[in-house]
Write a protein of this length. Structure first.
Length: 373
């Protein structure tokens, strides 16, 4: 079997970093791909907390084809180099761009013939607008080193491939391989009342996910709405602004803050709701969106995700990033009675489950990992 060395800042049981962690967890859980995976990651979660139930600075089994090395903070770059030399992988799969120890360090090994850099949405214009100066400096250095023409790059769809070429230039070699999603079974039909709605959002709390815009939209709705928010706080200043907005909401809008959810609790939490809302400025994949729809929740999201054409499939709405557009979608679902809501629930679940071409994804990864010497 080919050996795939994955360098990523966080991995399970870490979960607060969101999509990239789930993407790699879903990839290595496909037990018939025919690869041995070696995951090199940190020993903390996004918030710096130590991970429970792991051993640090040694390889431990994750599943029958996957081993994980949770590296302590001291000497990570030297350890990474040593482990790559020892394992001699066929492919070095670098997840992300901006982490010094887990993205930049393997790039500096300059193993051009076997290294693939997976940008994970980090070159989308919406992502580059966050901390832009720091990212611009890094990308300038990256291009001056000639790396765009030397490494191969992984995109999860053709749109992302376009963003990579737009930022790094037409000489960048880009291969497309989509994400393996985690799909849930739908919950039991609820007792949806016309004029009321249980709205769910599970996402990192940062400007990228647009929590504040949703709150501003809800302020103008006359429906009885329960808005349930779960996720790690990535931007405390932004979250404080959201909390200030929550205090100003009218009495018909009830907000419940659930904090962080571990992956094993996501499905049971989702199925207590009617509709999922996450109008992101950009999504490389949107694991929370496809998981929510698979569980039977129509989604209200932006046009900047892979999941478009939702209204036509009765799976949700792709809205403009304005409070009025979001409010219109919320009010549409709030007005529904139980039979009408169940029609959209079933359609959302069908959309999610039919959107996944597992054999096609396997072929894409075979091409991605085969295109190495």
């Amino acid at each position: 079997m080919k050996k795939i060395f994955i360098s990523i800042p966080w991995f399970l049981p870490a979960y607060r970093a969101g999509g990239p962690v789930q993407s790699i967890a879903n990839l290595v859980s496909q037990d018939d791909l025919g690869y041995h995976f070696y995951i090199f990651c940190g020993d903390t979660d996004l918030n710096g907390e130590s991970l429970d139930g792991i051993s640090t600075n040694e390889w431990i089994d994750h599943n029958k084809n996957t081993r994980v090395y949770y590296a302590g903070a001291v000497g990570r770059r030297e350890v990474l180099k040593h482990e790559i030399e020892k394992i001699r992988p066929d492919v070095i799969f670098v997840i992300g761009l901006f982490s010094r120890d887990f993205n930049i360090a393997p790039v500096l090994l300059k193993q051009f013939d076997k290294t693939i850099i997976s940008v994970r949405g980090m070159l989308h214009p919406g992502a580059l607008s966050q901390k832009p100066v720091k990212k611009k400096v890094f990308l300038t250095w990256f291009k001056l080193m000639g790396f765009p023409a030397k490494f191969r790059f992984h995109a999860t769809d053709e749109s992302e491939a376009g963003y990579i070429r737009q930022v790094l230039g037409s000489r960048a070699s880009v291969l497309v391989a989509g994400n393996f999603p985690r799909l849930f079974s739908p919950g039991r039909p609820g007792q949806k009342k016309a004029g009321a709605l249980r709205l769910m959002c599970l996402a990192l709390i940062s400007p990228m996910k647009n929590h504040l815009l949703v709150l501003e939209a809800l302020a103008g709705s006359t429906a009885e709405i329960e808005f349930h928010i779960a996720g790690a706080v990535k931007d405390p200043g932004y979250w404080q602004t959201c909390q200030d907005q929550i205090k100003q909401l009218p009495a018909n809008i009830h907000v419940t803050i659930h904090g962080e959810l571990s992956p094993d609790k996501v499905r049971d939490w989702l199925v207590t709701g009617d509709v999922f809302v996450m109008p992101s400025k950009s999504e490389n994949f949107g694991h929370a969106l496809i998981e929510a729809m698979s569980a039977g929740l129509p989604a209200i999201t932006s046009h900047f995700t892979p999941w478009n054409g939702l209204k036509e499939c009765k799976a949700g709405f792709n809205v403009e990033l304005t409070s009025s557009s979001i409010r219109e979608a919320v009010n549409f679902f709030a007005a529904m009675d139980e039979p009408h809501m169940n029609e959209w629930r079933q359609a959302a679940s069908a959309f999610a489950h039919s959107a996944v071409d597992r054999s096609g994804l396997q072929e894409q990864y075979n091409r991605l990992f085969a295109n190495q010497s």
